[in-house]
Design a protein. Structure first.
Length: 499
């Protein structure tokens, strides 16, 4: 039978008097994948950080192989064989890939860093992850979010741990990379590693986990054997009530074109992209990581230089050279990487939300009251869970940070909203709210572009789907054609149609 490696017993945790975990107990067994699910802010990351020594519990005990431990820092946990893949990537942008992988555990040879071996070993680990094309000598900041996530995974597995914690490891990955990760998880399981797996993707939890613990508002509300529980039951346990259909009825787009893009080129990323977006339409962009979707969106938002191409808004040709141009024209972009482009982490919620639309609140002085009341509207609308609106966003849970960036994008009152992975790290209940919001938004005669690696989201939400592959739009899918199989066939290039 399986053997318990880790036991956390009656863990309580409060942050400056606000309790977020209540008597939480959880077991980890060798060769088992233990899922942990719950709504945004339920306390999943906090619990995992306590086990890995990044945070200390207010009370409670942790045992490893029957022996009580008291981790004061992550290094102590690491020494006992615990590694953690963080939800909010814990990498140093200014260092190289291999330096990140070996940070804090550098190979040394007679007091000198053994760079050669570290680079070699990095290559091997990345290869194991199917990421041969990541150069260990590349600067971290040049990698896409998905690749950064793969480096974060490489960093954790390089430690050969007995207990491996994965906090939403796939939220930035596409299906292909997820598959590779799952293969790896299965191998680690065979080797007797105990894995904790935090995710909002219930389908994945069903697929990869053996048991799953559900947290709600900091308390364990159930532990299930995965083979005996359905996705719907898990979702209901998380939310504490029955959930209905996730997706709103698809809107009816008008015939009026709101945005037209002709032959847009971004060197190395986008080749001759042309498409139209109608008023009232939700247009999806599907494709593999690196297909050029984000770069196309960034060019439309003035965040990336395009070498040629024309953009028309309501029939008029417009120039978008920088973000200010896009904002003035009413094009708003929710970036893929919320930490790098979306948020100022040490600023509070209110200031983050109004950051790029401050002029609305300023006559001679900034109207603080108005700002705060607007921020509370968003808090209500997207159920932002926080201590209060003046909390630094650094201390919000991952999903709640995402809700703040979304609010910030809406504050500019756009007519075209471009959402890049809008529900990354968002729990099922808030996802529902965001989908409802998008449907309502386009009903007002505006339009929305959704880039997502969650195919179900694209399928459930969009009127029309464009598939991109290697920088080109290779298919346009409408109506019944919008299904998983078709999208994958075009995204991988098995099927091709000149658009
Ligand atoms: N350092 C901190 N200081 C103050 N509050 C914190 C801190 N870290 C987390 N919290 C709060 O603790 C609660 C639980 O957060 P946690 O990050 O564990 O949630 P989560 O379940 O991982 O959510 P998500 O699905 O959004 O990642 C949240 O209300 C969060 O704001
Ligand atoms: Mg979390």
């Amino acid at each position: 039978m399986n053997k318990t490696i880790l036991r956390a017993e009656k863990i309580n945790k409060d942050f400056s008097g606000v309790q977020v975990l209540f008597d939480v107990s959880i077991n980890g067994e060798a060769g088992q994948v233990h899922g942990l699910i719950g709504e945004n802010g339920a306390g999943k990351s906090t619990l995992m950080k306590i086990i890995a020594g990044f945070l200390q519990p207010s009370s409670g005990k942790i045992f490893i192989e029957g022996q009580q431990v008291n981790f004061k820092n992550p290094l102590m946990a690491k020494k006992r064989g615990i590694a953690m893949i963080h939800q909010e990537l814990n990498l140093v942008e200014d260092l190289k890939v291999y330096e990140n992988i070996f940070l804090g555990k550098e190979f040394k040879h007679r007091f000198l860093l053994d760079k050669k071996s570290m680079i070699q070993r990095s290559k091997e680990i990345l290869k194991e992850l199917g990421e041969e094309e990541i150069d260990p000598l590349e600067d971290m900041r040049n990698l896409s979010v998905a690749k950064k996530q793969m480096v974060e995974i490489a960093r954790a597995i390089s430690e050969n741990s007995k207990i491996l914690i994965m906090d939403e490891p796939t939220s930035a990955l596409t299906e292909y990379e997820t598959e590779i990760l799952f293969k790896l998880i299965k191998e680690l399981k065979q080797k007797g590693v105990c894995i904790f797996y935090v995710s909002h993707r219930l389908k994945e939890v069903k697929e990869i986990c053996d048991v799953v613990t559900v947290l709600r508002d900091g308390r364990v509300v159930g532990e299930y054997d995965v083979s005996n529980v359905s996705e719907v039951e898990l979702a209901n346990a998380m939310v504490g009530r029955e959930l209905g259909n996730m997706y709103p009825e698809k809107p009816e787009p008008s015939d009026e074109v709101i945005l037209e893009v002709k032959n847009l080129n971004v060197p190395n990323f986008v080749e001759n992209a042309s498409f139209q977006l109608k008023k009232g339409e939700i247009l999806g962009f599907a494709g593999l990581v690196g297909a050029g979707r984000t770069e196309l969106a960034e060019a439309l938002a003035g965040l990336r230089h395009k070498t040629s191409g024309e953009v028309f808004l309501n029939g008029k040709k417009v120039q978008i050279e920088d973000y200010e141009d896009a904002k003035r024209l009413g094009i708003s972009y929710l970036p893929e990487d919320r930490k790098l482009h979306g948020l100022v982490l040490d600023m509070n919620i209110v200031n983050n939300i109004t950051l790029i639309s401050l002029e609305k609140y300023t006559r001679f002085l900034i109207d603080r009251k108005k700002e705060i009341s607007k921020a509370s509207e968003y808090k209500e609308k997207f159920d932002i869970r926080c201590r209060d609106l003046f909390q630094e966003v650094r201390y919000l849970s991952g999903g709640n940070q995402q809700k703040v960036v979304l609010s910030k994008c809406l504050e500019v009152e756009p007519q075209v909203l471009i959402l890049d992975e809008p529900t990354r790290g968002i729990d099922i209940n808030t996802k529902y709210q965001i989908y409802q919001f998008i449907a309502g938004f386009v009903k007002e005669g505006k339009a929305c572009i959704v880039i997502s690696s969650e195919l179900q989201e694209i399928i459930g939400l969009c009127n029309r789907v464009l598939v991109m592959r290697e920088g080109r739009i290779t298919a346009e899918l409408i109506g019944k054609e919008i299904n998983e199989e078709e999208i994958i066939l075009y995204a991988t290039g098995i099927k091709e149609r000149v658009h």
